[in-house]
Design a protein around this ligand. Structure first.
Ligand code: ADP
Ligand code: MG
Length: 693
């Protein structure tokens, strides 16, 4: 093999080649060095693995065993059985769903680590265990006590890159360049923070002696990650502080007051306070850069509308970008007349409108005749130009890429910016991570809402649940049934939703049931949702596509299938779909075994409160260190190793260093060179951070 270095193209690493190389590059791994920065998703500690002979009923354990055989069992519900064995005995693994996909996964001789709850029926078994491939009996497993498990995607699998083969490649890469990894942090930081050196950290993150060594390696690399993020945030803040608006709004006048007075309700204290803060920003020289956070249903929209009115009253335009066409349409329908009553022209700009209409809207925005536009990312299209865009509003901001957000900002000179989210993060964390954003919070809900009643049940009760729902539908209600859909197991998930849909139709033949999912044409999906809105369906089965924003006040019941797979904030967002009308809402979270301890705590917590802020905090806390930190929901950068809640100490130190480095870089640009190298390595974080609006 030719000389392999950190920067060598990944395809030249032994065991890769052009085809795999291409797929790896698509995953951001285009060099040997980047492969070394592909960190394990988790570890399996063999010393804590149970032997099959030691298992007892109801234990929740991890077992390592070799696949001895598999087969489909018919008669009753079809299920896949896989038998594994270790030196002490045999264990049967059973899947009642998704077996079509799973059947192809397991081969005789594969060595698996399986985790789940033990049940007993003519022998010990696990239902729907979590499983990881560790190796097979043809290979010398160089794995020690701690086995790293790597994230794998469908595309990686297609070219034979399972967690196991990724592990092998990483070993090859480590052997080739491990000692040549160049330290990029200044010595002074390593010394005073007592961090592992980079080569040591890289080695130990993949092949730790024990859990302590793995954690030390994680800490070092998590520090790097946080430092990088803090460095960028700090830079963004400096840049933003230097800007000045072209036009500054005058305090609210007649138009604003008229809209406010004509609202069918009084603003809540939280809405009033947020609005005051926004008005203050908009009447100041520095551009507004504000995050408005408030629980689902807290009434963020009206606050944003009033801000838009202020911009228009001062001769400018406002744009509100939302993640779905349905939501955009809803906002437009709700507000166009109220706005028109004070002479404000509004329009709806989405991908699916007719060309002629679109042309007209574009002309209106360009001339300034249209004052307020509601829309999807269609608003950021190249052909869209504004006469004088003064206010940019982004709803459900975490649904947008940062590039999209800043493209909208670029359509004005120096517009004020308001981003909104229903998935708040704790205040201290917001201050640290959004150091450059001011935060307004609506802590209260409008009066008269009754909290959604929430329960969770195991899937064995599903028959009863649907019977109960059937009786509730008799009262004229409608229901959502939601299935998870994640990239990693997309095929299986879609099948589960489709199976669930058929099952439900068979179970409740007198009900009209609709189905929507992400693989459908947008048109058909939107039509089905509209039809549901118009009561043409009693029940809507959906994958998580409906999670955001849609408003069907009559749909009062929500069933969340596989609730054990959702994060708390996601569960809460979904719950926000119901309980919007006069009737009290009901949410039933249905969990499938095995449910881990954390999963159970999550479900308990979910049913115990409807306070979105408490939920958000608990959500961040319940994610253990080492777990992939699912931060997209919060609009936070997607950390790979750092957990800003549990690593708060580290975060604060990284922030201090970032500030010092900025000061130094102002005088001596060479000193930040390492951070640029760094940037290449943590490039997955970058998109969320180049938001220099
Ligand atoms: P979210 O914060 O989730 O975006 P919305 O802005 O969609 O919430 O508001 C939810 C519902 O509450 C809307 O129907 C809205 O008209 C209503 N609403 C907003 N503010 C108030 C208020 N102060 N009093 C009563 N109802 C309100
Ligand atoms: Mg909203």
């Amino acid at each position: 093999m030719a000389n392999i270095e950190f920067t060598t193209d990944i395809q030249f690493l032994k065991g890769v080649g052009p085809r795999r190389g291409e797929v790896l590059a698509e995953h951001g791994i285009d060099t040997v060095g980047k492969l070394l920065f592909y960190f394990p998703r988790k570890y399996i500690d063999r010393s804590t693995v149970a032997t099959i002979a030691s298992l007892q009923e109801n234990d929740y354990k991890t077992v390592v065993g070799k696949v001895l055989g598999k087969g489909l069992l018919k008669g009753g519900k079809t299920r896949l059985e896989v038998i594994i064995g270790d030196e002490t005995g045999h264990l049967s693994l059973l899947w009642f769903a998704g077996w079509r996909f799973l059947e192809k996964q397991f081969k005789k001789g594969d060595i698996l680590a399986v985790t789940g709850t033990i049940s007993y029926f003519q022998g010990f078994q696990m239902l729907h265990p979590e499983y990881e491939f560790i190796g097979d009996d043809t290979e010398q497993i160089h794995t020690g006590r701690i086995v790293p498990i790597y994230h794998q995607t469908a595309e990686l699998n297609k070219v034979g890159l399972s967690s196991r083969s990724i592990r092998r490649l990483i070993k090859t890469a480590l052997d080739a360049v491990g000692n040549g990894i160049e330290e990029y942090l200044p010595e002074v930081i390593i010394q005073s923070e007592q961090l592992l050196s980079l080569p040591e950290a890289i080695h130990n993150i993949h092949y730790p002696q024990d859990a302590v060594a793995a954690e030390k390696a994680r800490l070092r690399l998590a520090f790097d990650e946080l430092l990088y993020v803090q460095y960028l945030i700090h830079g963004r803040k400096r840049k933003y502080q230097q800007k000045e608006k072209v036009d500054v709004c005058k305090p609210p006048g007649k138009t604003f007051t008229k809209v406010l007075d004509n609202l069918p309700f009084k603003l809540t204290p939280g809405q009033s306070q947020s609005l005051r803060q926004i008005v203050e920003d908009m009447t100041a020289k520095k551009p507004m850069n504000r995050l408005l956070q408030g629980d689902v249903g807290s009434g963020k929209t009206v606050v944003a509308i009033l801000a838009a009115v202020l911009a228009v009253e001062n001769g400018g335009q406002a744009a509100m970008m939302v993640p779905t066409e349905i939501l955009a349409g809803q906002h437009y329908e709700n507000w166009k007349e109220i706005l028109a009553s004070v002479g404000i022209n509004s329009a709806l700009l989405i991908g699916s409108i007719k060309t002629a209409e679109r042309r007209e809207i574009l002309a209106g925005l360009d001339s300034g005749e249209i004052h307020v536009v509601f829309g999807t990312h269609a608003i950021i299209g190249k052909t869209v130009t504004f006469a004088d865009l003064r206010l940019v509003i982004v709803d459900e901001q975490h649904r947008f890429g940062v590039m999209q957000r800043s493209k909208l900002v670029d359509k004005g000179a120096v517009p004020d910016r308001l981003v909104m989210t229903a998935t708040p993060i704790p205040r201290t964390l917001a201050m640290t991570l959004y150091g450059d954003l001011d935060v307004s919070t609506i802590p209260d809900l409008p009066p008269g809402r009754s909290p959604v009643q929430t329960v969770w049940r195991f899937s064995s009760k599903i028959g009863d649940i649907y019977k109960y729902i059937d009786s509730e539908l008799n009262k004229g209600n409608q229901a959502f049934v939601i299935y998870p859909l994640v990239e990693k197991s997309e095929k299986m998930d879609l099948q589960a939703a489709e199976d669930g849909y058929k099952e439900l139709k068979a179970l409740l033949p007198n009900r009209k049931v609709g189905l929507v999912h992400g693989q459908m044409k947008a048109e058909k999906r939107d039509k089905t949702i509209h039809d549901f809105h118009d009561k043409k369906y009693d029940i809507l089965v959906a994958t998580t596509v409906i999670e955001v924003g849609i408003d069907v006040p009559n749909a009062n019941i929500l069933v969340i299938q596989h609730a054990e797979r959702f994060g708390l904030s996601q569960l809460h967002q979904m719950r926000g779909r119901v309980g919007r009308g006069k009737v009290r809402g009901l949410t039933v979270a249905v969990a499938y075994q095995p449910v881990s301890d954390v999963g159970r705590r999550r479900l308990e917590y979910f049913t115990s409160t409807t306070d979105g802020f408490k939920i958000a905090e608990a959500d961040l806390e319940l994610r253990g260190p080492g777990e992939v930190f699912g931060t997209r929901q919060h609009g936070l950068p997607e950390f790979r190793l750092a957990n800003p809640i549990t690593d708060q100490e580290l975060l604060i130190r990284a922030r201090e260093w970032a500030e010092k480095l900025h000061k130094k870089a102002a005088k001596d640009s060479a000193s930040i060179e390492f951070l640029l190298n760094h940037a290449a390595v943590f490039s997955n974080l970058k998109p969320d951070l180049v938001d220099v609006a």
